[in-house]
Design a protein around this ligand. Structure first.
Ligand SMILES: [Zn+2]
Length: 111
């Protein structure tokens, strides 16, 4: 999985930015989604392994999907956490089966 520069959620383009010492009060955060500014922040100081950052991005995307759908989820953090980890594993292990991501052949490049 790649971490893009921006991602569209519910028709809104969210820029992905990197930030040191991401916190919510005293609580350490690996990522944060800001619905007003349309930004997803990823921490550059905590949980910075590539896999961890991908799971954090999926986590924030799921918050975004929930927000744009306009409903509340009981135990949202827990639900989003379970789904982001599960989704990451399924997409990583089955990406080629699910998406058309075959390498383009040279002779296809002109088409
Ligand atoms: Zn969260």
């Amino acid at each position: 999985m790649k971490i893009p520069e921006s991602i569209r959620i519910g028709g809104v383009e969210y820029e992905i930015k990197y930030k040191d010492n991401l916190r919510d009060g005293n609580r350490l955060l690996y990522g944060q989604i800001n619905y007003d500014d349309c930004v997803i922040y990823l921490s550059t100081t905590d949980g910075t392994g590539h896999q961890h950052m991908c799971i954090t991005l999926l986590h924030e995307i799921l918050h975004g999907i929930r927000e744009h759908a306009g409903f509340e989820i009981e135990d949202e953090e827990k639900v989003v956490d379970i789904l982001s980890k599960g989704l990451y594993q399924v997409l990583q292990d089955n990406g080629k089966r699910l998406f058309d991501i075959a390498e383009r052949r040279e002779d296809d490049a002109t088409n």
